[in-house]
Design a protein around this ligand. Structure first.
Ligand code: ATP
Length: 225
């Protein structure tokens, strides 16, 4: 569904990605793991059109999407949940969810998807009128994922959903990521530093080190390695 070939990205004179290649089959969960600064977020940002790709290509659904703008990708069903969540802090939970559906006008479908978000993250329903910025990190992460679901994605890219979140909530968020993949058939590209957890929920994994893929294998084999 998503294929990255020889991706090269630089920040000024600093090269952050040196020809990264990876494949994400439809309806799978694929993880990209690696230490701080390995280039995981840069890879997602390049796929999403948030930074310029200097070399290589990104193909989605058989079409070249290299350097397309983020809003064009959301319209095609490719949605990015950024590191640090980036919820609209001054808007309520309800308003954040509706912002996720910004490109849609099917009222019934939107209402159904709001219900589905409450089904997977019941806590959001309890906090509907609360300003998103006043919620805990874990709750904001739930909201960021739910907001992305409101765009009706077919492929979801999640950047470090476990970052800065209480361990109990992390497990529950990962269970819901698996549920979203199974129940809705949404393909997931998951970026994580928590390798053990990411390899438990994914089928295939890539290990990034200083801007290059060091290792790739089934998640089961990577876990044993
Ligand atoms: P982390 O988990 O810490 O976010 P990461 O694997 O996602 O790490 P990136 O954030 O993609 O890594 O960073 C890859 C490299 O690019 C690092 O060397 C980083 O310092 C550099 N980099 C990232 N963003 C910028 C920027 N805006 N300007 C300059 N260099 C950057």
């Amino acid at each position: 569904m998503l294929e990255v070939k020889g991706l090269e990205v630089s920040y000024g004179s600093i090269k952050a990605l040196h020809g990264v290649s990876l494949k994400v089959p439809e309806k799978s969960i694929v993880t990209l793991i690696g230490a701080n600064g390995a280039g995981k977020s840069t890879t997602l940002r390049a796929i999403s059109g948030l930074i310029n790709v200097r070399g290589g290509s990104v193909t989605y659904d058989g079409q070249d999407i290299t350097n397309l703008a983020a809003h064009q990708l959301v319209a095609r069903g490719l949605c990015h949940v950024p590191e640090g969540r980036m919820v609209f802090a001054n808007l309520t939970v309800d308003e954040n969810l509706r912002m996720g559906a910004y490109l849609r006008n099917d009222k019934t479908g939107i209402a159904e998807d709001v219900d589905y978000c409450f089904h997977i993250f019941p806590r959001l329903k309890e906090r509907l009128t609360q300003a998103a910025g006043t919620m805990s990190g874990g709750e904001q992460q739930m909201l960021a994922i739910a907001r992305a679901l409101m765009s009706k994605p077919r492929c979801l890219m999640l950047d470090e959903p476990s970052l800065g979140i209480a361990p109990m909530l992390v497990r529950s968020i990962f269970e819901q990521i698996v549920a979203i993949n199974k129940e809705r058939g949404i393909t997931v590209l998951l970026v994580e530093q928590n390798a053990n957890l990411a390899l438990q929920v994914s089928q295939y994994g890539y290990v990034l080190e200083t801007g290059s893929v060091l290792l790739e294998d089934t998640s089961e084999s990577l876990r044993k390695n």
